[in-house]
Ligand binder design. Structure first.
Ligand SMILES: [Zn+2]
Length: 446
């Protein structure tokens, strides 16, 4: 039987030690965590207390302003347990008492409680094919600071070093006033083994089997962030969690977040948890085939959705792809000037997006589809209207209403904000086995 105490020890990957020893310790921590497989759904007293504390936080995040009596009623925990746990949560910086409403009724008013937006902070990062975006946020989802930087190099070591520098800089500023850093979530542009931080395949940056986790963990530890949990995930998955944790409540569930950038992919939220499939690659909709024997894709296949919807193909059609890569400034300026050929390139891609969304719709029957990523920001209505027109036509023919389609709250920062959201999500949901990676343990055991 696996010990829950050991399971709790590794909510994510911790940056540990420094230099070579740090990396070795990190690897051994990862390896021992892999032996844990699926935790049993039972708990000792400490774990049950942890689950209860997190349940109260989830209730308050869902409905700010609940009193201790409300929390007791909603959670089924006794008033004295709620009193004890809320005291701890206030002391630790999770929640804060708001002033009680004056209702005019006699007697003591119940004190409304809410998440504290100042004393615990999160860091989220997205590593894109040619740039990084890092944000610091509160646990209420307010973005405190954003940094975007072009990659100095696409060599893995240099990228991890650059990413760690920006993460450390933002973390130092976010915690300067005494706030605690809860965790760091890093979005990667491909298929990720979230337990080990191994980026298995990222054709847009030309990486295969790159150990981003160990490298970045060692860099962060060397920069003084030892012991902070670091989570790795596909960038679209993180953006989907961003919509779940920081979006409007009640959340749309099932929800499919479609990331439109150089790469095209989806993150799927089902039952307030991510659905990542048997090996973590669920949602790679950019590599579903839209055209038999069609355009070549970076993944090696022909006719993938990404070869028609990806920003590189749009930039090529709009004559904005040079030796330096995609000229985003040119695209932005031309779209602002309503340049007809550039708008037509985005609209053409938008029609393919509509076809892909209809496939997503029939596969998942989601309550909402959320669109984000830099192509959405750059292409705006020209891109999105073309997609929704296709969906509407399909809907009319099929006699079925299409799912709600809306833009992500944080547009091209959605994956980085989602990284911060994931660090919170993993902490608030200690009971969710899906936050672990059973497939990795199973594969090694074979
Ligand atoms: Zn492909």
């Amino acid at each position: 039987m696996l010990s829950l105490a050991r399971f709790r020890t590794y909510p994510g990957i911790h940056a540990s030690g420094a230099g070579g020893h740090g990396l070795a310790r990190y690897r051994s921590a990862v390896e021992s965590s892999l032996l844990m497989a699926i935790p049993p759904v039972t708990g000792d007293q400490r774990f049950m207390k942890h689950i209860n504390r997190m349940a109260l936080l989830r209730l308050l995040r869902h409905e700010p302003g609940l009193s201790r009596a409300d929390l007791s009623h909603r959670s089924g925990l006794t008033r004295s347990t709620v009193g004890l746990l809320t005291r701890e949560l206030i002391d630790e910086g999770w929640i804060v008492e708001a002033s009680a409403n004056i209702t005019g009724a006699p007697g003591r008013r119940p004190t409304p409680l809410g998440l504290d937006g100042r004393r615990i902070v999160l860091i989220g990062a997205e590593l894109g094919p040619d740039a990084i975006c890092v944000v610091s946020t509160s646990i209420r989802g307010e973005v405190l600071e954003t940094r975007v930087a072009a990659l100095h190099s696409t060599e893995a070591g240099a990228v991890c070093h650059q990413l760690a520098e920006v993460v450390t800089e933002l973390s130092t500023r976010a915690t300067r006033g005494g706030a605690t850093l809860l965790g760091i979530g890093v979005g990667l542009p491909g298929v990720v083994d979230k337990r080990s931080g191994l980026l298995e395949l990222a054709p847009n940056i030309g990486w295969r089997h790159v150990e981003v986790g160990p490298r970045l963990g060692a860099e962060l530890a060397a920069a003084g962030l030892s012991g902070v949990p670091v989570y790795f995930h596909n960038e679209a998955d993180l953006a989907a969690v961003g919509e779940l944790e920081f979006g409007v409540r009640p959340v749309d569930d099932p929800l499919v977040y479609v990331s439109c950038g150089v790469g095209v992919g989806a993150g799927i939220v089902l039952g307030e948890a991510l659905f990542t499939g048997a090996t973590g690659s669920a949602g790679e909709v950019g590599h579903t085939t839209l055209v038999i024997d069609g355009r070549p894709c970076a993944c090696g296949r022909l006719g993938c959705a990404e070869a028609y919807i990806g920003l590189r193909s749009i930039a090529a059609a709009a004559d904005a792809l040079g030796h330096e890569g995609i000229d985003r400034t040119l695209l932005r300026d031309r779209m602002a000037a309503r340049h007809a050929p550039t708008r037509a390139a985005f609209a053409h891609a938008g029609r393919y997006l509509g076809v892909m969304l209809q496939n997503v719709w029939t596969t998942f029957n989601p309550m909402a589809v959320v669109l984000g990523g830099e192509t959405v920001s750059l292409g705006g209505e020209a891109f999105l209207d073309a997609a929704t027109e296709v969906l509407d036509r399909v809907s009319e023919r099929a006699g079925m209403p299409p799912p709600r389609v809306r833009r992500a709250r944080h547009a091209d920062r959605a994956a980085a904000v989602g990284g911060a959201a994931y660090a919170l999500h993993a902490t608030l949901n200690p009971h969710l086995n899906t936050l672990q990676t059973p497939y990795e343990a199973a594969a090694r055991g074979r």
